[in-house]
Design a protein around this ligand. Structure first.
Ligand code: HXC
Length: 503
């Protein structure tokens, strides 16, 4: 071997060393926990051969507690860029085999570097989290590292999509980086998120809980809403993220890619003409309606198990990516409560930030009343959804299927909130309230009289508050044509530093 060959061999060896992370034993331990390593995860997430790693030789600079004798090339995070379905993404994957993936200052610098590049070139950032949190030996440096990442999350928000996969521990202040991103996915049984673990909870509040009960995927995807998705396995998680990306643009200056379809734009579905039951208190299958109107029946739901009284998710219509928001009459009669309002507001804002048009399907009896909701600030939380729809400038197409009463009517993308094209089915009831409530107040009016006058779409149609009353079976065609018409929409908002939405 000549000198140059020796140098090249040294590079090859050093790369191989870095790729082993914390070494075989720790890799085995990771596998024994049903978890993949950082590099194995990236290999599955990214297109084959597309990954380019950055900062493979970066080392931490800590000398406390013997850390000067504990150096692994790359430290506890693998970062770089690659493609998913041919589209550029920036990634970081915390490596639990290196000091439990705990965050050193240099690791944060690696993460910030890919985030900065992502914003500079306009591509999504995907973070794979599996870490014991702040690296204790580094003290305040590690906390500063988290601060740097949080600031990047905030600056990148609304510029490039940010996605967090939780594939192991994520505790303490570390949870706030995923919380600042657009979507969080947790893997069942192997990941958790909480501010403090069960032992601290026990000593502070006396409560006895398991990790899973406190912050597992089940809890956060159904009770708290912290996680938008939960996955049965790491492979399932990665498949879900790839699917999610297929609906998103690369950044806020682009639109999502078109997805060609053979599903005819004018496909009618006669079953929709009879789907709304005669009895206004009976539910029907809102999912069936969504699948019927979107391309190929393909609906990708967000927050599936959280606040089920409202449905949100992505689909394509005529090849265009759209965000769908629909009240769910089958759960709590589709009423808007605190969680439903928060869930839909965040989704509407994401779609608006990333140029994804909104299809809203309305069947809402109103806001949920009572002390629990009032004490939990349904006023402020309901206002979030109102605000989100009212500020959104993406094309907004609304179809009222049945009930659309009172404040909830206004909130659900009505005309006055700059709804662009609003349709109603003949079964629509666009009114201040339902007949029962109304006759309780107006003593000399009968339910029949009230129904006759108000519980239909025609009062709204007469006044131009909706564009048309349409046949249910033709909803797909009408909505797609509306989105086509609106494709060139431009709408200005008054200049301001930023808004002050009710939080
Ligand atoms: C340094 C850490 C570490 C940390 C784990 N390790 N967490 N090293 N700083 N925060 C090391 C362990 O010492 C161990 O090293 C190796 O990683 C693997 O950890 P184990 O404990 O053996 O693994 P496991 O049994 O799976 O337990 C994982 C764990 C546990 C539950 C995450 O390690 C743990 O409780 N870690 C501390 C968590 C924590 O309190 N972090 C600070 C949170 S506060 P060796 O060499 O022995 O194998 C925080 C503030 C953020 O993060 C603030 C942001 C603003």
């Amino acid at each position: 071997m000549n000198i140059q060959e020796e140098k090249i061999q040294a590079l090859v060896d050093r790369r191989a060393g870095a790729k082993l992370g914390g070494g075989e034993k720790r890799i085995d331990a990771q596998h024994a926990k049903n978890k993949l390593t950082a590099r194995e995860r990236l290999a599955r997430l990214l297109d084959e051969g597309s990954f380019e790693e950055f900062d493979m030789f970066v080392q931490h600079r800590c000398t406390n507690f013997g850390m000067d004798a504990n150096h692994i090339d790359g430290d506890g995070v693998v970062t770089g860029q690659g493609t998913i379905d041919g589209r550029l993404v920036f990634v970081f994957a915390q490596d639990f085999t290196v000091n439990g993936g705990s965050l050193s200052k240099t690791m944060s610098e690696k993460i910030c570097k890919v985030m900065d590049m992502a914003v500079k070139v306009g591509a999504p950032v995907i973070g794979l989290n599996d870490s014991g949190g702040a690296r204790i030996q580094e003290g305040i440096d590690s906390l500063a590292g988290y601060g740097d990442i949080f600031e990047r999350n905030i600056l990148a928000s609304g510029v490039v999509p940010q996605i967090s996969l939780i594939m192991g521990p994520c505790a303490g202040g570390a949870v706030y980086s995923p919380a600042l991103t657009d979507f969080t996915l947790m893997v069942k049984d192997t990941s958790y998120m909480f501010l403090t673990g069960p032992a601290v909870v026990k000593s502070v509040t006396g409560e006895t809980v398991t990790q899973e009960e406190l912050g597992g995927a089940g809890v956060h995807s159904s009770k708290s809403g912290v996680a938008h998705f939960s996955a049965d396995s790491e492979d399932d998680a990665i498949a879900q993220i790839k699917k999610l990306l297929s609906f998103l643009p690369q950044n806020n200056m682009e639109t999502a890619p078109l997805r060609p379809t053979n599903d005819p734009v004018g496909r009618m579905d006669d079953s929709l003409n009879s789907i709304v039951p005669d009895n206004p208190n009976k539910a029907y299958d809102m999912y069936g309606i969504i699948r019927s109107v979107v391309d190929d029946g393909d609906f990708f739901e967000v927050h599936k198990n959280f606040a089920k009284n409202i449905i949100v998710g992505f689909a394509h219509m005529g090849g265009r990516s759209v965000g769908v928001v629909a009240n769910q009459p089958g759960v709590l009669a589709g009423v808007l409560d605190i969680n439903a309002s928060r869930k839909a507001a965040r989704f509407v804002r994401f779609c608006d930030a990333f140029n994804i048009p909104l299809l809203t399907l309305v069947d809402v009896p109103g806001f949920l009343c009572g002390t629990q909701q009032e004490y939990g600030a349904i006023i402020t939380n309901g206002a979030k959804l109102l605000y989100a729809y009212g500020e959104a400038t993406v094309p907004k197409v609304t179809v009222t299927l049945r009930k659309s009463y009172g404040g909830a009517h206004i909130v659900m993308s009505c005309k006055q909130l700059r709804g662009d094209i609003n349709y109603a089915w003949p079964s629509a009831e666009i009114a201040v309230m339902g007949a029962k409530g109304a006759v309780g107040v107006l003593k000399d009016v009968t339910e029949e009289e009230y129904n006759e006058l108000f519980c239909n779409p025609y009062q709204a149609a007469q006044k131009g508050y909706i564009e048309d009353v349409i046949e249910p079976r033709n909803t797909r065609f009408r909505a797609i044509r509306a989105f086509e018409v609106l494709a060139g929409k431009r709408q200005e908002v008054p200049a301001k530093k930023h808004d002050n939405m009710p939080l």
